[in-house]
Ligand binder design. Structure first.
Ligand SMILES: Nc1ncnc2c1ncn2[C@@H]1O[C@H](COP(=O)(O)OP(=O)(O)OP(=O)(O)O)[C@@H](O)[C@H]1O
Ligand SMILES: O=P(O)(O)OC[C@H]1O[C@H](OP(=O)(O)OP(=O)(O)O)[C@H](O)[C@@H]1O
Ligand SMILES: O=C(O)c1cccnc1
Ligand SMILES: [Mg+2]
Length: 547
């Protein structure tokens, strides 16, 4: 098993699908219309942000930044891209436009971003992109594609992590993921969000994530009786001659089942044969799926018998996986068996055999299991995690906030959808206990908030909602990551991003993180930005006439 994700994954090539044509056609048609109307030299500022936290929660983890940087680093239309565009755009498009497109790079763009893995909130810019209008516009779809699922997935994983506490979490979702790329991203961002590993072997290879696995029901059902065990011997861990393993396991099964007063006829021989064969193949990592027939009457006895035989041979069995039934009840039964065996046969390690649970597990199942009391050590989670079944998309958007130094606002009947105009900074203000109190958006022309100085924080749309905050610490969230054609920050490796997620969540009070009815975290605007926003709003919304 690959145990370290410490080495950098920065050197990795980006998935080949991520290229300039991975965009919506309208970015290119707009580019032509901008170009044609003489806006090629316009300079624009766009904010990438989302409006609502996912999963009925009150926090989001920002992820996908490194992929965005890799994308803009190599942003360039190839000759075949241009050839293809010629076939889909109208014949009337001037040839010089294609020449112009082919010459484009993101070298004149600046990109500011929140560090990947940081906890973030609605309306605050996660990424601010400044530069030639056409280039910045063209980046929209790809940047959103790279950030939305990555952030959603990392947030989902972080929520599972909060629910599971210190228990191990493994991502088992590849078979249920949204295609190959969705599956790889799910493995990567669930690790960033706090999972301990994945069953996805390619993700292990590409990202150096620990890979983990047990076996499927098919392995168990492929055996029907003991004579099918053709290799019956095993070399003891300490070395020396191979010995009859099968006989040891059989002796243990008789002994165990009679001491638990269950007739051996109740246990499946096929399952027993499967476990023996698996143990002979993997004596150092024996983990058995015990629910194919009957966990209590068959699976547990078969597992324990093989595990005891392995112990006789000097090996340490790992544990079991439960994949159906009442997981709380069955895990407690299993733990009691393990305890009894540890006690009767004086093998203390048996008490701590791993109990893994899988089968359609979601955040609520884990919270409910916690309430009921269970003996599970690890969860294998697929569908709900990778498809983000509770909320399949993060509604991140990319909106123009300034052009040629002039602020821009997008109005909407839905106040939540009105954009906050102008070039902005975000500051996180901390209170005495180390918790973040509020995030405040300011215009870049304003002075930064200072420690121990009162800052007026205003709700962006509700005039009466305002408060003074005297922060004990101020953190500037947006950092210049891409400038003059270069990545200008040291990029963290995956382990560091994962650590940031963990530490970033610690700055949130627990009521903001709880699953049911969490307290919203406040995102405010400065007094100056409040006035700026509302003046521009009025300027852009003429007084109507009723008739
Ligand atoms: N103690 C428990 N509390 C809450 N939910 C549980 C508990 N045990 C299992 N679950 C969940 O209940 C669901 C049970 O799934 P389902 O109704 O398909 O039964 P099953 O055990 O898979 O049956 P089958 O033997 O047919 O596979 C799963 O989503 C599982 O995660
Ligand atoms: O339940 P998930 O969270 O998606 O986790 C992954 C599931 O994948 C496997 O099931 P399998 O493909 O064999 O199907 P089944 O258990 O649903 O029959 C495994 O046994 C888990 O039950
Ligand atoms: O290794 C496992 O147990 C596993 C892998 C993928 C899906 N379900 C289970
Ligand atoms: Mg299942």
């Amino acid at each position: 098993m690959n145990n370290s994700a410490e080495s950098s994954y920065i050197g990795l090539e980006q998935n080949g699908i991520v290229q300039p044509l991975l965009t919506d056609l309208y970015q290119i048609t707009m580019a032509y219309a901008y170009w044609k109307s003489g806006k090629s030299n316009a300079t624009a500022v766009f904010d990438l942000y989302f409006r609502k936290n996912p999963f009925h929660g009150e926090f989001t983890i920002f992820a996908g930044l490194e992929e965005c940087l890799k994308f803009i680093q190599k942003f360039h239309y190839s000759e075949t891209d241009i050839q293809y565009l010629r076939t889909v755009l109208p014949i009337s498009i001037e040839n010089e436009f294609f020449e112009y497109l082919q010459s484009l790079t993101a070298d004149e763009v600046s990109l500011f971003a929140v560090h990947e893995g940081t906890v973030v909130f609605p309306r605050e810019p996660l990424i601010r992109v400044e530069g030639p209008l056409i280039v910045v516009q063209i980046l929209e779809t790809t940047l959103l594609n790279l950030v939305n699922y990555a952030s959603l997935m990392s947030t989902n994983a972080a929520r599972f992590r909060l629910a599971a506490g210190k228990l191990k979490l493994y991502e088992f979702g590849l078979r249920r993921a949204q295609g190959p790329d969705g599956g790889l991203s799910a493995s990567k961002y669930s690790y960033i969000g706090g999972f301990d590993g994945t069953s996805n072997v390619l993700a292990g290879k590409l990202y150096n994530i620990p890979v983990k696995g047990t076996h499927a029901h098919s392995y168990v059902t492929s055996f029907c009786c003991l004579p099918e065990v053709t290799v019956t011997q095993l070399q003891p861990k300490a070395g020396g001659e191979k010995r009859e393993f099968l006989q040891y396991a059989m002796k243990w099964r008789e002994k165990l089942m009679s001491s638990f007063q269950v007739p051996t006829s109740q246990a499946s021989d096929g399952e027993f044969a499967a476990f023996i064969s698996f143990a002979i193949a993997f004596p150092d990592m024996f983990m058995a799926l015990v629910d194919t027939y009957d966990v209590v009457k068959s699976g547990l006895f078969n597992f324990c018998s093989v595990a005891l035989a392995l112990h006789d041979f000097g090996y340490s069995p790992i544990g079991i996986r439960l994949d159906s039934g009442d997981l709380a009840y069955l895990s407690n039964v299993a733990r009691n068996h393990f305890r009894k065996i540890a006690d009767i046969y004086q093998i203390p390690s048996f008490e701590n055999l791993v109990i893994m649970a899988s089968n359609d597990i979601n955040e609520e199942t884990i919270l409910s299991l916690n309430e009921q009391g269970h003996s599970i050590d690890a969860f294998g989670i697929g569908t709900h995690l990778v498809t983000c079944q509770k909320q399949p998309a993060l509604g991140g958007v990319f909106k123009m906030v300034e052009i040629d130094g002039q602020p821009r606002i997008k109005l909407s009947h839905d106040v939540e959808k009105v954009t906050i105009p102008g070039k902005k900074e975000t500051f996180r203000l901390y209170g005495g206990e180390g918790y973040a109190l509020i995030d405040i958006l300011q215009r870049t022309v304003e002075d930064s908030p200072c420690v121990d100085h009162k800052v007026l924080c205003r709700h962006p749309f509700q005039e009466s909602k305002r408060a003074y905050v005297s922060p004990v610490r101020v953190e500037k969230l947006l950092v210049l990551y891409w400038n003059k054609g270069k990545i200008c920050q040291k990029l963290p490796n995956m382990q560091e991003v994962r650590d940031r997620v963990k530490n970033s969540l610690k700055i949130l009070r627990s009521d903001i993180k709880r699953s049911l009815n969490p307290t919203p975290y406040k995102v405010a605007v400065s007094d100056n930005l409040y006035t700026f926003l509302h003046d521009l709003w009025l300027e852009n919304a003429p007084i109507g006439e009723l008739s």
